[in-house]
Write a protein that binds this ligand. Sequence first.
Ligand code: SF4
Length: 235
Amino acid sequence: MKKRFDTYIHEVHSLSTIELLAYFLERHPGKVAFSTSMGAEDQALTHMLAGLGKSFKLFTLDTGRMFQESYELLEITRQRYQLPFEVYFPEASHVEEMVREKGINLFYDSIENRKLCCHIRKIEPLQRALQGMEIWVTGVRRDQSVTRDDIGVLEWDADLSLIKVNPLVDWKSDDVWNFIREHNVPYNTLHDKGFPSIGCLPCTRAVLPGEDIRAGRWWWENPALKECGLHLPKN
Ligand code: SF4
């Protein structure tokens, strides 16, 4: 797969977003996975992928600590696109042990605790969901945070041995919202209430006008460390 990555990186640089998605769906039938958090970028990608009419694995992670608005959007999206939407949950025994040892709201106590919670509720289910896949499509954009400013449209994920495809890497926030309005794509109603980036309820707050778009995520931490680990750069 790494050899194919080296070939692809030369072939895809001039493709449009839709052409890029079609390119990988055609070359990796049944082996393309799209992990959606149902944020605005991911909703736009769900719309594009559904329109291509090819089979792919669509999944989301239910951490157990999500907003009710996110669950409502999950159901609206499932009905709108009529796609087999898979939902992955954390291993119950791991959550039980973590809560027994460190408490239900451990993430506020230390960065280590927060990363442990993210690992159990997000990373392990993500790794399980991606097993056997060759292509992992994500909705990350380069200007979303300081931790994402050097990501490329394609990345080799050595840990998972798959190619990570970031079709929206060069999109700006306005591009995403123009697409959503133009195509009447369903989106999380929290976006209209000051939440540009939505994660788990206890770790997400609304932002003030002029604040960074990810200022409401893990707002008590240093911005350079604010990732759950799903999209951290691999050096
Ligand atoms: S975002 Fe917060 S609640 Fe969600 S998995 Fe990470 S630490 Fe846990």
